[in-house]
Design a protein around this ligand. Structure first.
Ligand code: PEP
Length: 226
């Protein structure tokens, strides 16, 4: 089986509009910022306008999954539908079809202190596994709630213990092939200083990075496994 390819995702949350995007993309790319990625806008006659189907209620910041009004303006999307009754926050098998999915799991501080971390992440993984039939385009991101955006990173040993436990759970409850091939990435206060030691853990296949993905040190994180 081919070795798992190290993956580093930058979670810009609800940050990154205008000049902020240009700065970080220039650092990563060392070239020009990419154009607004909209297939519809590229195909449509210019006298039709595109609308987003929702937008974040406040200004941008650490709000994963939200698109702010400013981001839409930046993407040259002039309209937005707000408050539609069909919006739901559930993960479903329909959402997975045709998309690559980073499925996030992780325990709270109370759960870790109660010694139930493995139970919690196994239950979360079970709920995901019930929706997944093809694991090729799915990876797991182990992100302890207490480590996200707090500056409190899991120790390499803590992270490895959970990643190894997850692989064993997948081996028993999904298939040995999925357990071997799936990427399990770590997220939670990863930065340029702590990434190398984490990346060296055998069951840690990359990172999901929030705050540091907006800074030049993201490049060090991207290169941490090399
Ligand atoms: C995240 O939001 O997924 C995350 C890991 O954030 P941070 O790196 O800022 O802790």
């Amino acid at each position: 089986m081919a070795p798992r390819k190290f993956f580093v995702g930058g979670n810009w949350k609800c940050n990154g509009a205008g000049d902020d995007v240009k700065k970080i993309v220039t650092v990563l790319n060392d070239a020009e910022a990419p154009r607004a990625p909209s297939q519809v806008k590229g195909l449509l006659r210019p006298d039709f306008a595109v609308a987003a189907q929702n937008c974040w209620v406040r200004k941008g910041d650490a709000f994963t999954g939200e698109i702010s009004a400013e981001m839409l303006v930046n993407l040259q999307v002039p309209w937005v539908i707000l408050g539609h009754s069909e919006r739901r926050a559930l993960l479903s098998d329909q959402m997975i079809q045709g998309l690559k999915v980073i499925a996030c799991i992780g325990e709270t501080l109370e759960q870790r202190e109660a010694g139930t971390t493995m139970e919690v992440v196994a239950a979360q993984t079970k709920a995901i596994a019930e929706k997944v039939s093809d694991w090729t385009n799915v990876m797991l991101a182990y992100e302890s709630v207490w480590a996200i955006g707090t500056g409190k990173v899991a120790s390499p040993a803590q992270a490895e213990e959970v990643h190894d436990g997850l692989r064993k759970w997948l081996n028993t409850n999904v298939t040995p092939a999925v357990a071997e091939s799936i990427r399990i990435i770590y997220g939670g206060s990863v930065n340029g200083a702590n990434c190398k030691e984490l990346a060296a853990q055998p069951d840690l296949d990359g990172f999901l990075v929030g705050g540091a993905s907006l800074k030049p040190e993201f490049v060090d994180i991207v290169k941490s496994a090399t």
